[in-house]
Design a protein around this ligand. Structure first.
Ligand code: SAH
Length: 245
Protein backbone atom coordinates (compact mmCIF):
# COMPACT_ATOMS: atom_id res chain seq x y z
CA UNK A 1 0.00 0.00 0.00
CA UNK A 2 1.25 3.45 -0.89
CA UNK A 3 1.10 5.78 2.10
CA UNK A 4 1.02 9.57 2.07
CA UNK A 5 4.79 10.07 2.39
CA UNK A 6 5.49 7.51 -0.33
CA UNK A 7 3.08 9.25 -2.67
CA UNK A 8 4.80 12.59 -2.05
CA UNK A 9 8.09 10.87 -2.97
CA UNK A 10 6.59 9.38 -6.11
CA UNK A 11 5.43 12.77 -7.38
CA UNK A 12 8.55 14.60 -6.17
CA UNK A 13 10.33 14.50 -9.59
CA UNK A 14 7.41 16.48 -11.02
CA UNK A 15 8.07 19.42 -8.72
CA UNK A 16 4.39 19.84 -7.84
CA UNK A 17 3.10 21.89 -4.91
CA UNK A 18 2.39 19.76 -1.83
CA UNK A 19 -0.72 17.65 -2.04
CA UNK A 20 -2.86 17.59 1.09
CA UNK A 21 -3.69 14.44 3.09
CA UNK A 22 -7.34 14.93 2.08
CA UNK A 23 -6.44 14.81 -1.62
CA UNK A 24 -4.24 11.77 -0.98
CA UNK A 25 -7.25 10.08 0.63
CA UNK A 26 -9.20 10.66 -2.61
CA UNK A 27 -6.38 9.06 -4.62
CA UNK A 28 -6.40 6.07 -2.27
CA UNK A 29 -10.14 5.47 -2.65
CA UNK A 30 -9.85 5.89 -6.43
CA UNK A 31 -7.00 3.31 -6.56
CA UNK A 32 -9.00 0.85 -4.46
CA UNK A 33 -12.12 1.22 -6.61
CA UNK A 34 -10.04 0.86 -9.78
CA UNK A 35 -8.31 -2.34 -8.63
CA UNK A 36 -11.57 -3.79 -7.31
CA UNK A 37 -13.47 -3.11 -10.54
CA UNK A 38 -10.55 -4.31 -12.62
CA UNK A 39 -11.09 -7.83 -11.25
CA UNK A 40 -14.43 -8.06 -13.01
CA UNK A 41 -13.97 -5.67 -15.92
CA UNK A 42 -10.94 -4.80 -18.03
CA UNK A 43 -10.43 -1.15 -17.08
CA UNK A 44 -6.64 -0.97 -17.16
CA UNK A 45 -3.70 -3.29 -17.78
CA UNK A 46 -2.10 -2.04 -14.57
CA UNK A 47 -3.41 -4.29 -11.81
CA UNK A 48 -1.06 -3.54 -8.96
CA UNK A 49 -2.29 -0.78 -6.62
CA UNK A 50 1.20 0.68 -6.08
CA UNK A 51 1.73 0.84 -9.82
CA UNK A 52 -1.54 2.74 -10.18
CA UNK A 53 -0.04 5.56 -8.09
CA UNK A 54 3.02 5.77 -10.33
CA UNK A 55 1.85 4.96 -13.84
CA UNK A 56 -1.63 6.45 -13.65
CA UNK A 57 -1.75 9.11 -10.92
CA UNK A 58 1.75 10.62 -11.05
CA UNK A 59 1.87 10.25 -14.83
CA UNK A 60 -1.45 12.13 -15.14
CA UNK A 61 -0.21 14.94 -12.91
CA UNK A 62 2.66 15.59 -15.34
CA UNK A 63 0.17 17.81 -17.19
CA UNK A 64 0.24 20.24 -14.26
CA UNK A 65 4.02 19.98 -14.02
CA UNK A 66 4.16 20.99 -17.70
CA UNK A 67 1.69 23.89 -17.55
CA UNK A 68 1.66 25.14 -13.93
CA UNK A 69 -1.80 26.57 -14.59
CA UNK A 70 -5.32 25.49 -13.70
CA UNK A 71 -8.03 25.61 -16.37
CA UNK A 72 -11.63 26.55 -15.62
CA UNK A 73 -13.02 23.93 -17.98
CA UNK A 74 -11.26 20.86 -19.23
CA UNK A 75 -12.18 17.79 -21.26
CA UNK A 76 -10.37 14.45 -21.24
CA UNK A 77 -10.77 12.86 -24.69
CA UNK A 78 -10.76 9.04 -24.45
CA UNK A 79 -10.29 9.03 -20.68
CA UNK A 80 -10.63 5.26 -20.20
CA UNK A 81 -10.54 4.71 -16.43
CA UNK A 82 -10.09 8.47 -15.94
CA UNK A 83 -6.57 9.37 -17.06
CA UNK A 84 -5.27 11.99 -17.00
CA UNK A 85 -8.45 13.99 -16.26
CA UNK A 86 -9.55 12.70 -12.88
CA UNK A 87 -6.18 12.90 -11.05
CA UNK A 88 -5.85 16.45 -12.42
CA UNK A 89 -9.30 17.35 -11.08
CA UNK A 90 -8.31 16.00 -7.63
CA UNK A 91 -5.12 18.10 -7.75
CA UNK A 92 -6.85 21.26 -9.02
CA UNK A 93 -9.54 21.05 -6.35
CA UNK A 94 -6.82 20.67 -3.75
CA UNK A 95 -4.81 23.64 -5.07
CA UNK A 96 -7.83 25.90 -5.59
CA UNK A 97 -9.70 24.68 -2.55
CA UNK A 98 -13.07 25.26 -4.21
CA UNK A 99 -13.95 22.35 -6.54
CA UNK A 100 -14.81 24.79 -9.33
CA UNK A 101 -12.72 23.33 -12.17
CA UNK A 102 -15.25 21.76 -14.54
CA UNK A 103 -14.15 18.40 -15.88
CA UNK A 104 -15.79 16.50 -18.73
CA UNK A 105 -14.71 12.85 -18.96
CA UNK A 106 -15.40 11.49 -22.43
CA UNK A 107 -15.05 7.90 -23.53
CA UNK A 108 -16.71 5.76 -26.17
CA UNK A 109 -17.16 2.88 -23.70
CA UNK A 110 -20.23 3.16 -21.47
CA UNK A 111 -18.95 0.83 -18.74
CA UNK A 112 -15.88 3.00 -18.18
CA UNK A 113 -18.04 6.10 -17.93
CA UNK A 114 -20.37 4.38 -15.46
CA UNK A 115 -17.34 3.46 -13.35
CA UNK A 116 -16.14 7.09 -13.38
CA UNK A 117 -19.56 8.37 -12.35
CA UNK A 118 -19.31 6.03 -9.33
CA UNK A 119 -15.80 7.21 -8.46
CA UNK A 120 -16.75 10.90 -8.71
CA UNK A 121 -19.65 10.26 -6.36
CA UNK A 122 -17.55 8.28 -3.87
CA UNK A 123 -14.96 11.07 -3.81
CA UNK A 124 -17.66 13.78 -3.49
CA UNK A 125 -16.22 15.64 -6.46
CA UNK A 126 -18.25 18.56 -7.77
CA UNK A 127 -18.39 19.60 -11.42
CA UNK A 128 -17.47 16.27 -13.04
CA UNK A 129 -19.49 15.29 -16.11
CA UNK A 130 -18.85 11.78 -17.44
CA UNK A 131 -20.14 11.32 -21.00
CA UNK A 132 -20.29 8.10 -23.02
CA UNK A 133 -19.83 9.05 -26.66
CA UNK A 134 -17.48 9.50 -29.57
CA UNK A 135 -15.27 12.57 -29.60
CA UNK A 136 -15.87 13.25 -33.30
CA UNK A 137 -19.64 13.37 -32.67
CA UNK A 138 -19.54 15.47 -29.51
CA UNK A 139 -17.08 17.99 -30.99
CA UNK A 140 -19.69 19.05 -33.55
CA UNK A 141 -22.26 20.01 -30.89
CA UNK A 142 -22.51 23.69 -29.88
CA UNK A 143 -22.57 22.71 -26.18
CA UNK A 144 -19.05 21.30 -26.53
CA UNK A 145 -17.42 22.88 -29.57
CA UNK A 146 -14.74 25.39 -28.58
CA UNK A 147 -16.12 25.40 -25.04
CA UNK A 148 -13.07 24.20 -23.12
CA UNK A 149 -9.94 25.97 -21.89
CA UNK A 150 -8.00 22.74 -22.23
CA UNK A 151 -8.33 19.32 -23.79
CA UNK A 152 -6.11 16.54 -22.41
CA UNK A 153 -5.64 13.00 -23.71
CA UNK A 154 -3.35 10.04 -23.12
CA UNK A 155 -2.80 6.86 -25.14
CA UNK A 156 -5.79 7.26 -27.45
CA UNK A 157 -4.55 7.68 -31.03
CA UNK A 158 -1.83 8.85 -33.38
CA UNK A 159 -1.38 12.62 -32.99
CA UNK A 160 -2.77 13.36 -36.46
CA UNK A 161 -6.01 11.58 -35.53
CA UNK A 162 -6.00 12.81 -31.96
CA UNK A 163 -5.60 16.46 -32.93
CA UNK A 164 -8.61 16.31 -35.24
CA UNK A 165 -10.91 14.86 -32.57
CA UNK A 166 -9.55 17.01 -29.70
CA UNK A 167 -8.70 20.53 -30.96
CA UNK A 168 -12.33 21.33 -31.93
CA UNK A 169 -13.22 21.21 -28.21
CA UNK A 170 -10.69 23.92 -27.30
CA UNK A 171 -11.61 27.62 -27.34
CA UNK A 172 -9.42 30.05 -29.23
CA UNK A 173 -6.72 31.04 -26.74
CA UNK A 174 -6.94 27.64 -25.03
CA UNK A 175 -4.62 24.63 -25.19
CA UNK A 176 -4.58 20.98 -26.16
CA UNK A 177 -2.19 19.21 -23.79
CA UNK A 178 -1.75 15.53 -24.75
CA UNK A 179 0.67 12.97 -23.36
CA UNK A 180 3.00 11.37 -25.89
CA UNK A 181 5.86 8.93 -25.55
CA UNK A 182 9.39 10.23 -25.68
CA UNK A 183 9.88 8.44 -28.99
CA UNK A 184 7.29 10.44 -30.87
CA UNK A 185 9.39 12.90 -32.91
CA UNK A 186 8.27 11.46 -36.25
CA UNK A 187 4.65 11.28 -35.13
CA UNK A 188 4.78 14.92 -34.05
CA UNK A 189 6.43 16.11 -37.25
CA UNK A 190 3.84 14.27 -39.35
CA UNK A 191 1.05 16.02 -37.41
CA UNK A 192 2.29 19.62 -37.66
CA UNK A 193 0.49 20.44 -40.92
CA UNK A 194 -2.80 19.01 -39.70
CA UNK A 195 -2.55 20.82 -36.38
CA UNK A 196 -2.12 24.10 -38.27
CA UNK A 197 -5.25 23.38 -40.35
CA UNK A 198 -7.17 22.86 -37.10
CA UNK A 199 -6.06 26.24 -35.74
CA UNK A 200 -3.29 24.99 -33.47
CA UNK A 201 0.47 25.22 -33.07
CA UNK A 202 2.90 23.14 -31.00
CA UNK A 203 4.48 25.58 -28.56
CA UNK A 204 6.06 23.42 -25.86
CA UNK A 205 7.24 19.91 -25.03
CA UNK A 206 7.73 18.92 -21.40
CA UNK A 207 9.89 15.81 -20.96
CA UNK A 208 9.71 13.94 -17.66
CA UNK A 209 10.51 10.62 -15.99
CA UNK A 210 8.45 9.48 -13.02
CA UNK A 211 10.00 6.13 -12.13
CA UNK A 212 13.68 5.22 -12.53
CA UNK A 213 12.70 2.10 -14.49
CA UNK A 214 10.09 3.86 -16.64
CA UNK A 215 10.91 5.36 -20.02
CA UNK A 216 10.73 9.14 -20.11
CA UNK A 217 7.61 10.58 -21.55
CA UNK A 218 6.36 13.99 -22.63
CA UNK A 219 3.47 16.36 -22.43
CA UNK A 220 2.90 18.54 -25.49
CA UNK A 221 1.30 21.96 -25.43
CA UNK A 222 -0.59 22.85 -28.59
CA UNK A 223 -1.91 26.39 -28.43
CA UNK A 224 -5.12 27.17 -30.28
CA UNK A 225 -4.84 30.51 -32.05
CA UNK A 226 -7.67 30.25 -34.59
CA UNK A 227 -11.11 28.63 -34.75
CA UNK A 228 -11.23 25.10 -36.17
CA UNK A 229 -12.93 25.09 -39.60
CA UNK A 230 -16.46 23.62 -39.51
CA UNK A 231 -15.51 20.65 -41.70
CA UNK A 232 -13.49 19.16 -38.82
CA UNK A 233 -13.69 16.66 -37.26
CA UNK A 234 -14.64 14.44 -40.18
CA UNK A 235 -16.21 11.00 -39.75
CA UNK A 236 -13.81 8.67 -37.89
CA UNK A 237 -13.36 6.29 -40.85
CA UNK A 238 -12.19 9.25 -42.97
CA UNK A 239 -9.91 10.58 -40.27
CA UNK A 240 -8.24 7.18 -39.99
CA UNK A 241 -8.07 6.53 -43.74
CA UNK A 242 -6.73 9.99 -44.57
CA UNK A 243 -5.19 11.61 -41.49
CA UNK A 244 -4.70 15.37 -41.74
CA UNK A 245 -1.16 16.38 -42.60
N1 SAH B 1 -6.65 7.79 -21.46
C1 SAH B 1 -6.72 6.51 -20.77
C2 SAH B 1 -7.29 5.40 -21.66
C3 SAH B 1 -6.49 5.04 -22.88
S1 SAH B 1 -7.22 3.70 -23.79
C4 SAH B 1 -5.35 6.16 -20.22
O1 SAH B 1 -4.37 6.79 -20.58
O2 SAH B 1 -5.25 5.22 -19.41
C5 SAH B 1 -8.04 4.59 -25.09
C6 SAH B 1 -9.48 4.99 -24.73
O3 SAH B 1 -9.93 5.90 -25.73
C7 SAH B 1 -10.45 3.82 -24.75
O4 SAH B 1 -11.11 3.77 -23.50
C8 SAH B 1 -11.41 4.13 -25.89
O5 SAH B 1 -12.74 3.77 -25.59
C9 SAH B 1 -11.28 5.64 -26.03
N2 SAH B 1 -11.50 6.18 -27.38
C10 SAH B 1 -10.81 5.87 -28.52
N3 SAH B 1 -11.28 6.59 -29.56
C11 SAH B 1 -12.30 7.38 -29.07
C12 SAH B 1 -13.17 8.34 -29.68
N4 SAH B 1 -13.09 8.64 -30.97
N5 SAH B 1 -14.07 8.95 -28.87
C13 SAH B 1 -14.15 8.65 -27.55
N6 SAH B 1 -13.36 7.74 -26.94
C14 SAH B 1 -12.44 7.11 -27.69
Amino acid sequence: MVDYQTFLQIIHPLGLPTISPAAFERFTVYAQMLCEKNKVMNLTAIRDEDEVFVRHFADSLAVYAARKEIPGRLIDVGCGAGFPGLPLKILFDDLRGDGETKLTLLDATRKKIDFLAGVSKALSLKNVTPIAGRAEDLAALPAHRERYDWAVSRAVADLRVLAEISLPFVRVGGQFVPHKSDRSDEEIDAARGGIAKLGGRLVDQYVYTIAPDAPSSRVLTIAKHAATPKEFPRAYARIKARPLS
